[in-house]
Design a binder for this molecule. Sequence first.
Ligand SMILES: Nc1ncnc2c1ncn2[C@@H]1O[C@H](COP(=O)(O)OP(=O)(O)OP(=O)(O)O)[C@@H](O)[C@H]1O
Ligand SMILES: [Mg+2]
Length: 293
Amino acid sequence: MKLSIDNVSKRYTSTLWGIKDFSLEIENGVLGLLGPNGAGKSTLMRILATISKPTTGKVFWNDVDISKNPKALRDELGYLPQDFGVYPNLNAIEFLKYMAAIKGMDKKIANRRIEELICLLNLSEKSKVKIGSYSGGMRQRIGIAQALLNDPKLLIVDEPTVGLDPEERVRFRNLISDLSLDRIIILSTHIVSDIESTASKIALINKGNLLTKCTIQELLCSVENKVWECIVQEKELSDVRNKYIISSSVRQSDGMHLRVVTDNILFANKRLVSPTLEDAYLYYISDSRGNEK
Ligand SMILES: Nc1ncnc2c1ncn2[C@@H]1O[C@H](COP(=O)(O)OP(=O)(O)OP(=O)(O)O)[C@@H](O)[C@H]1O
Ligand SMILES: [Mg+2]
């Protein structure tokens, strides 16, 4: 399986680009698409899901140009959009049957698959209750179930963990890990911990541009020797915040304990620490915003 994004741009207005000159090769496994609000994640995913067309550039699914033959991709696609809407008057089974019909699935195969998915996503207890009465997390699980109906080779999920409680989040991560064999999964989020345990590769995106694509290990290595712990007094805090990327701050009796991500640190009282993914994310995102490091 291979998805190639070749120099794709999407222009919304004469001055606003959702993504710009975006190129990326995606192979089997989980790709975590990580970026802040407005980075262009949903724009890219809508293009990959053939919901929207790029202004320029091309996307190839197993070397087939999807603008010429979108069906080749659509037949193997599962997509959970960020703004996924459900029909509140249908129950889970009715809704999934409806979605299967839209996808043109054979009735018998669909019914068997729906039973499996209801079980897999822990929806059995409420499968005959109207979706309108579901919690946010349960609705999200219905969204994930509909994306998995056709056992897709390409699964695109846009902010799938929004609204999930911590236990559901863990369950979702495990599900993604189990599914990741022999298919491409693209998962967008701005929550670093969502992809820490599931993604084999990370693509960092900001302002419509791809900043880097690498493994988590490579990302962590790239900020080795750049993350420091230091103690500052309250009165220095706002100055330090203006100058540096602060990934955490904890007030203690001897002052504020800060985690600072920087190329050049000017404090006397400092200690080098191992970087986390959150540190690396902030380093790259702040850099692309043009902040001082
Ligand atoms: N339909 C649209 N019309 C005009 N501008 C749009 C449209 N969709 C997105 N944009 C703009 O394109 C940019 C990228 O938006 P996009 O929704 O792709 O970002 P995102 O990374 O998904 O953000 P979020 O984390 O908030 O979901 C933003 O500046 C956004 O305002
Ligand atoms: Mg989005």
